[in-house]
Structure formats: C-alpha cells, structure tokens
Design a protein around this ligand. Structure first.
Ligand SMILES: O=c1ccn([C@@H]2O[C@H](COP(=O)(O)O)[C@@H](O)[C@H]2O)c(=O)[nH]1
Length: 544
C-alpha cells in the first residue's frame, strides 16, 4: 500500500461515516449452509463444486448486505477446507468486495515465529489480497510485527485478546502479577495485559506508528469488553464477535466496547445474517440496533457529564470561601509545568480557624457525597464510610487530615482514626515515621490538597502497603485541575493515580465545576474570566 492510500483503520473510519453502522459481515460458508443454499432458488450456478457454491453463497450475501456493511470478514478455515478451489474462491470474493470499495478483514488467526509469520503475511496480503487479518499475539511482538511492518504499510491486524468462546477463560482470563508505575505488584488478567500492550506500546511500533493493531474481544463477555476498552484506550479498534449464534447481546456489547466517541467497535455477525430468512433485513435490523445503542451511550454520557459538572451547595460554598480567603485566584499564573493558567489555588492560605473549619466541612461533604468511598444501607438509607483511618501525608496532609477527621465527627457523627507520617524518622521515644492511629489491618483514606505529579500519594501507597493488613481505599483532595499531564499524555495526574493504584480519587471540586460556577455567576466574576477558564480547559483539560 502506498503512503497516500488510507490504512485499513482509516478505511474503517470512513466506511463507518458512510454507512453509519458498525456492522462487519462474517462470510463463513459452513458445509451445511452450502448444501441448503445449493438446493435453494438463490443458487443460480449449475455445479456440484462446493467452492463455486461457496463463492456464490458469499457473493449473494455481499450483494444483500452492502448498504449496511463497514467491512467483510471471510473466515479462511471454510475456504481452506475446500482445497485449491476454495483458495481461488476466497481470493475472488476478496477482490469482489474490494471492487465495491469496502475493506476485507481475513479471519485466519495466525501466530508463528517471525520468519514463518512473514510467509503468512505474504499469503494473506500479497497472495489473497486481504486488507487486514486476525492474529494470535501469544508468541509475542516478533510474531505480530511481520503483518504490520512498512512492507505492508497500512494493513491492519486484530489480535485475539478475549475470544468469544467459553474456553477463552482457560488462559486469557488468568490473573497475572505485573509491576505497576509505582513499583507495586498489580494483578491483571492476561487479556487486560494484551489490551494495554496493544493500546499503549505495540500500536506505536506499527508501520508509520499508525495504530494498525486492533483487538478481538468477544461480544459474549461484556465485562471483558469494558475492561479491554479501558486498558487499550480510545484509539484501538475492537472486533467483537459472538452476536447472534453465540448468544452475545448486541446492545450490551456496544455499550461496553464503544470508545468515548461512540465508535471504535466492529461487530462481526456471520450465521446471524447468513441463516436469516432475509439476510438484508437481518443486517438492516442489526445496523439499526447499533445506531440506537450508540445514541443511548451518547445520552448516558451527556447525563453523566451534566451531573459531573453540576454543583452541589457545599461545592459552591467551597469555591466562594476559597475566593474570599485568597486561596483561589483568577488572573494569569505561570505554573511549574510552564503553562499559563487563568487561575491558581494555594491551599496553604487556608490559615485561619474559620477557614480551616470550613475546609474540613467541605472535605467531609465531598467524602459523604462520594459513592466510591461510602456505603448506603438500602433499608435505612444511612451512609457509612468505607475506611477506618484518615492518613495525611507530611506536611500539608497532616493539618488536613486533622480538620477532616474533626469535621466528619462534627457534621456526620462519624469518628475515624487519624494518622500521619514524619518526613524525618524520630530516633527517641517510640521512634519510626508513623504517628497517630493504628494502621495495621485498617482501611485507609489518604487526604491531600491537590495532586500535581502524584508523588506524595504514590509514596503514601508504598508506605501503607508495607503495613500488615492495611488497605488504602482511596484519596480525597480539595481541587482536581483535571488537565492533561502533557499533550502526548492525555490523562490527568489524578486519572494516572486512579489508574495506576486502582483507587478512587475524590475531589471537593474540579476544573469543569469551576467553569460551571463561573457560568452561573458571570455578573460577579465577569465573562472574561469564564472565557479564559473555558479556553484553558479546551486546550489542556482532560476529556473525562
Ligand atoms: O473470538 C472469536 C474470534 C473469531 N470468531 C469468528 O467469528 C465468526 C463468528 O461467527 P458467528 O456465526 O457470527 O457466530 C466465526 O468466523 C468465528 O470463527 C469468533 O466467533 N470468536
């Protein structure tokens, strides 16, 4: 493929726009289907040759489903089983489909050492003319690379991640230990590791760093689909087989596997269409169900976004008193990152009895408002907190932990322990670096003001994980700036901590809520401040 030709993934994107569908039609000429087809009036060829019948079976399906298909997925097995004539039929159907300017994904699930993989790639791309293939990644990068090198610039490869069959749990769902960013051991399934590796490492090694790798995750396991999407990120295309004959639910699969833009998912259906009384109608219905699922996802996202930016009374009060105390300022501030920010937050200026009291109450409200760190009894509606001890990392966290603990008791009657660390170990008395409540076998919530690089929180996590039976339950902070760490790294410091430590990070307010506050009171704060905060968020803010 020349540099100017669109890659397979780009062709998918254009075709999704063109037909407003996510449907991939599987072309699987099962022997029993060929027998029925040969005897039906739909088969016009007078032949006993199963390969010729298979070709016409597929051609008829293509003809009937073209307006709904993003791409076609012939499975090599059914053609290979028909010998040399099957090979010719497969090559023919691939060319026929491409004549309609629709891409072809050959389902051949190859996986071998590099030199053999090179021959497989040649067979799939040069000999058969496929635009993309399915592969097993279990022999590693060198078994995948020959399919996505510059020699095959733009060809796509979908790697088996969590397949649709029940046996996929035998290996792909096994839990493995790996080392996370904070050097802690983390547990992850094999399929999540495949998804993460493809999304965050392998894709950038494909021809022109073009994102030429996708994943195969069965529509039969919505949890795995959602986990794989989360691990791989938004850019990776997921092929989700299993709708129809294998029992996967289309709408559930779409909701679990779509990316945040409502795309990135390809749903292949083979028998569910080929065995339908009217394949064209079946394809149209599937396409329509996908459109509905996409719309529902967008609506759910909007509702979530609206409630995420809506302001609770305690949040509005918090912003107001932070402004009164000079903790929050609007203007032009050059941050450590070099960015010029239209606002600045300095929690060190909460330095009066009154403001510390109010600050404690705001943290306590944020904690009680968070379903991630509280539990509500469904019968009494009474809330309890999911931690026993507040831990404030030195230095700022020490005073914060104290005022939050006191406010939780004063406002909600909830008394939890309080502990903190010293930066310098004491060499007299009880010694050590930890002070305050017992942490052994306790559930701990870490309190801090903001997360900039996340170092203090990661250090706390490291420290607490060495204490027998101690479990860190989450983090609560005052302000989440919700901005990308860098333009190449589209997650915020808070999202990175939550992702790496697999913990909820709750904030009293975040950047989108600050924007909501300004929108609600332009009379007081002026349209200019709102504009500069909105521009800053548009440039540096994280998407979610
Ligand atoms: O995990 C996987 C990977 C591939 N397949 C293939 O997809 C089709 C599914 O056919 P249906 O008739 O729609 O069930 C078939 O070619 C499989 O080999 C899969 O099902 N699951």
């Amino acid at each position: 493929m020349s540099n100017s030709s669109p890659s397979f993934m780009q062709q998918l994107e254009s075709r999704v726009q063109e037909v407003n569908s996510l449907l991939c039609i599987g072309l699987d000429p099962h022997p029993q289907d060929l027998k029925t087809f040969a005897e039906s009036p739909n088969c016009s060829r007078q032949t006993d040759n199963p390969a010729e019948i298979a070709l016409q079976f597929c051609q008829n399906l293509v003809q009937a489903t073209l307006p709904y298909a993003v791409c076609y997925k012939p499975n090599a097995a059914f053609f290979e089983a028909l010998g040399e004539a099957g090979h010719i039929a497969l090559k023919q159907i691939i060319a026929d489909i491409q004549n309609h300017k629709v891409p072809v994904l050959l389902d051949c699930k190859r996986g071998d050492i590099g030199s053999t993989a090179t021959a497989y790639a040649q067979a799939a791309y040069s000999e058969l003319g496929a635009d993309a293939v399915t592969l097993s990644p279990l022999m590693g990068w060198d078994s995948v690379a020959p399919f996505v090198t510059d020699a095959y610039d733009g060809k796509g490869a979908f790697l088996l991640c969590k397949t649709s069959n029940p046996g996929s749990n035998d290996f792909l769902a096994l839990k493995l230990l790996s080392v996370a960013a904070d050097d802690q051991l983390q547990e992850e399934t094999l399929y999540q590791q495949i998804a993460r590796l493809v999304g965050h490492e392998w894709n950038s090694k494909t021809s022109n760093g073009n994102n030429n790798l996708g994943l195969v995750v069965g529509a039969t396991d919505a949890v795995a689909l959602a986990n794989a999407r989360k691990a791989a990120g938004d850019k990776v295309w997921i092929l989700a087989p299993g709708v129809g004959a294998q029992g996967g639910d289309l709408v559930t699969a779409c909701k679990a596997g779509l990316n945040s833009q409502g795309t990135g998912l390809l749903v292949p259906v083979s028998r569910g269409i080929s065995r339908a009384a009217d394949p064209a109608k079946a394809a149209e219905e599937l396409r329509d169900a996908m459109r509905t699922a996409i719309q529902e996802c967008a609506k759910e996202k909007d509702t979530a976004a609206t409630s995420a930016t809506a302001l609770q009374a305690y949040q509005k009060e918090f912003i107001e008193f932070a402004l009164e105390e000079g903790v929050l300022k609007f203007g032009s501030f050059v941050l450590k990152s070099g960015r010029t920010s239209p606002y600045f937050f300095n929690a060190g200026l909460f330095c009066s009895g009154k403001s510390l009291h109010q600050l404690g109450l705001a943290y306590a409200s944020a904690i009680m408002d968070s379903p991630e760190i509280t539990t509500t009894d469904p019968t009494t509606n009474k809330k309890t907190v999911n931690f026993d001890v507040l831990f404030g990392p030195a230095y700022k966290g020490i005073s914060l932990g104290a005022v939050v603990g006191s406010a939780l008791y004063a406002k909600y009657g909830i008394s939890v322990g309080f502990a903190y660390n010293r930066k310098e170990a004491k060499d007299h008395g009880e010694g050590g670096v930890l002070v305050g409540a017992e942490l052994k076998s306790q559930r701990i919530l870490v309190v801090d003001d903001v997360i900039t690089a996340g170092t203090a929180i990661r250090e706390s996590h490291g420290m607490l994980s060495k204490i027998e039976g101690a479990t860190m339950m989450g983090v609560v902070i005052a302000l989440d700036r919700a901005e990308k760490r860098s333009l190449d790294d589209p997650v915020s410091a808070v999202q990175a901590v939550a992702r790496d430590l697999k913990l909820p990070v709750v904030s009293i307010v975040n950047l989108p809520q600050l924007q909501t506050f300004l929108k609600s009171d332009t009379a007081n704060y002026g349209a200019e401040i709102l504009q500069s905060v909105s521009d800053y968020r548009a440039q540096y803010g994280v998407s979610d």
